[in-house]
Ligand binder design. Structure first.
Ligand code: AP5
Length: 215
């Protein structure tokens, strides 16, 4: 099964993709996490991405399409995967379809989490992330079992550079300017499912599971 998560920054894509990864036993592929890993490793991709991401701008299509193409060819994606944060432009959506078609695959479900801007800015301020495991926490709504440590890897949790309120608002503006054609593209194919992101993590999860279980 190939699932695409869409939604504005902070809507809960990473949180829900992580839960789904554990339930379906297929990997979550987060372009944001992959780009942050590339920056930490000092690779060529990381050098291209660093300044753009810090300021909340999109990384060029050819860079993220290349990363995804390489990642989905790996063995652990053979039974499907969950895309978190990709595609983010109509070019990326079309490139994804092309690379899937070349392997006789299609997107099965698109889940778009919806959330108001003010809730997003407040949520991002409390977000803490574990760079190695990719787990996402919130100081109030989804705290780790031990303060400051990842439940899975035990690593120190950190705050992302792009979670400052002004950068979050800039990222929201970019999302608003790019999302419409992608939603239309998936809606026309009957793949789009919208879920309200202003519910508890567990309520959102239940709705997503019932969408996944529909034929
Ligand atoms: P990326 O890392 O993908 O960030 P994003 O899409 O902006 O989304 P976020 O990770 O901020 O939020 P989320 O929806 O995953 O929410 P989360 O679950 O963490 O991208 C970062 C940057 O990389 C981009 O700006 C761009 O520069 C670049 N990039 C990445 N992909 C790209 C692409 N395809 N093309 C070009 N550039 C690309 O939740 C947020 C917080 O809320 C957490 O603390 C969480 O615990 C909490 N929370 C979650 N659900 C709930 C709930 N139901 N109730 C209360 N709190 C909740």
């Amino acid at each position: 099964m190939i699932i695409v998560f869409m939604g504005p920054p902070g809507a809960g894509k990473g949180t829900q993709a992580q839960i789904l990864q554990e339930n379906l036993r297929i990997p979550k592929l987060s372009t944001g996490d992959m780009l942050r890993a590339a920056i930490a490793a000092g690779s060529e991709v990381g050098k291209v991405a660093e300044e753009l991401m810090k300021n909340g701008n999109l990384v060029p299509d050819e860079v993220v399409v290349g990363i995804i193409k390489e990642r989905i060819s790996q063995q652990d994606c053979a039974n499907g995967f969950i895309l978190d944060g990709f595609p983010r432009t109509i070019n990326q959506a079309q490139a994804l379809d092309k690379m899937l078609k070349d392997n006789n695959l299609i997107v099965d479900k698109v889940i778009c989490l919806e959330l108001d801007a003010e809730i997003i800015v407040a949520r991002q301020a409390g977000r803490r992330v574990a760079p190695k495991s990719g787990c996402v926490y919130h100081l109030e709504h989804n705290p780790p079992k031990v303060a400051g440590k990842c439940d899975v890897s035990g690593e120190e949790l950190m705050q992302r550079d792009d979670d400052k309120a002004d950068v979050v608002r800039h990222r929201l503006g970019i999302y608003d300017n790019t999302v419409k054609p992608i939603l239309e593209y998936y809606d026309e194919q009957g793949l789009l499912n919208k879920v309200a992101g202003d519910q508890t993590v567990d309520q959102v999860k239940q709705q997503i599971m019932s969408i996944i279980e529909q034929k």
